[in-house]
Design a protein around this ligand. Structure first.
Ligand code: ATP
Ligand code: MG
Length: 371
């Protein structure tokens, strides 16, 4: 049996990027041989094994053929006679279909090295269209390697359009789409993920609520990425032009985690208020109440960040002084001594009213710059 390094590790090494995980392909072996050598089997749908020491993934070379709809509709052959070239052929992109042997020699039947040099993301074969997830994978690689000058080959883009038009993208599970989306959002140029999906007419399949590309939200997303903003802030920026209902529909469809959905929905509700509205003392305290700024100051700060990215691309003037005033107002309101109000003998629902009034008084001096 022979083993080859394949996929992302070979690609990223050629690109001079750090290699985070190593995937291997094994030719001429059977599951039994692997188990005898001490590997543990992990693959359910096809034979993948973990190396006893390194825990790297070793997959038996296999071919795949579409035989139905959805991800389970693949017939897989991983017999010992499957060649390396056959295994490489089932892969999505030429840059992902390069193998390296134990001597460091590259095996590159689909000219991935040339495509790396030319900065092209190109499908390996027409079998590309058999797995709709590949549309999202290509968009993800395009956004990840955007800074290196990569683009999608026109023929690949044409295939992606055909795939989007077929309606198959909607058959994917939310988990797989969210995985590609969240990983893309955390890349350096996340806006390119949505640009590529838009160009392949694939935006409507899972992201129908998002504005068409180009739009200020995508520019704001690029700024957030530039600042190394966390995932929830990036998603909130993207959703800040939607209604809370649209945001909820989108993020429920994607099964996004609660931290992501919460911030996005809040930002959809308040980012325009934060950027544009005149805020009296009562408005400010209500804003803090509505977003539980008391107990979740970090989330409130993330809301302010989100509005900030949007303000910077929509040329809203004076946002930084508004933000500063709100931060000072929160600090002042937090200094209101609730215990002292209770100790003064106020009872029942009057406590809430008294606390509200005291907080309004505390923030009053910070309203001016928000008018
Ligand atoms: P990353 O750096 O994001 O991990 P990767 O290329 O290693 O990128 P993986 O998802 O780890 O991506 O997959 C490893 C390899 O398996 C890919 O390089 C590709 O050759 C192949 N592959 C993975 N998913 C698919 C798919 N849906 N269709 C075709 N080939 C795939
Ligand atoms: Mg990988």
């Amino acid at each position: 049996m022979q083993t080859y390094l394949v996929g992302g590790a070979v690609r990223d090494e050629l690109l001079g990027r750090p290699v985070t995980e190593k995937d291997w392909v094994v030719v001429g072996a059977t599951p039994q041989i692997m188990l005898e050598k001490g590997y543990t089997q992990v693959g359910k749908d096809f034979p993948v094994f973990l190396h006893p020491r390194t825990k790297d993934e070793y997959a038996l070379a296999r071919t795949e053929r579409k035989a139905g709809t959805g991800y389970t509709g693949f017939v897989c052959d991983a017999s010992a006679s499957v060649t390396l070239e056959q295994d490489l052929q089932r892969r999505d992109l030429t840059v992902n279909a390069i193998a390296k042997d134990a001597n460091g020699e590259l095996i590159d039947p689909y000219h991935g090295v040339e495509d790396i040099a030319q900065r092209v993301l190109r499908h390996v074969s027409d079998a590309f269209s058999e797995d709709p997830l590949r549309v999202f994978r290509v968009a993800r690689f395009a956004c990840r390697y955007h800074y290196l000058g990569f683009s999608v080959a026109p023929a690949t883009m044409a295939l992606m359009r055909t795939m989007a038009a077929s309606g198959e993208l909607e058959q994917l599970t939310a988990e797989r789409v969210w995985q590609e989306t969240s990983r893309s959002l955390m890349e350096q140029s996340p806006q390119v993920f949505f640009e590529v999906l838009s160009e392949s007419n694939a935006l409507a399949s899972w992201f129908a609520e998002l504005p068409p590309v180009p739009n200020p939200e995508y520019e704001a997303l690029a700024k957030a990425a530039n600042d190394n903003a966390p995932l929830e802030t990036r998603m909130a920026v993207l959703c800040s032009g939607l209604t809370p209902e649209q945001t909820d529909t989108l993020l429920t469809r994607l099964k996004a985690p609660n931290v992501v959905a919460d911030l996005a929905k809040m930002s959809a509700r308040c980012s325009h208020t934060l950027m544009n509205s005149a805020l009296q003392a009562t408005d400010i305290v209500e804003l803090f109440n509505n977003h539980d700024a008391w107990r979740k100051p970090a989330r409130f700060a993330a809301l302010l960040d989100t509005a900030g990215y949007l303000a910077s691309v929509t040329r809203v003037n004076g946002y930084s002084s508004r933000r500063h005033a709100l931060e000072q107002a929160l600090q002042a309101a937090n200094e209101v001594d609730v215990k002292a109000i209770v100790a003064s003998g106020v009872k029942g629902p009057d406590i809430k009213k008294a606390v509200f009034a005291a907080r309004c008084e505390a923030v009053a001096e910070f309203t001016v710059s928000l008018q």
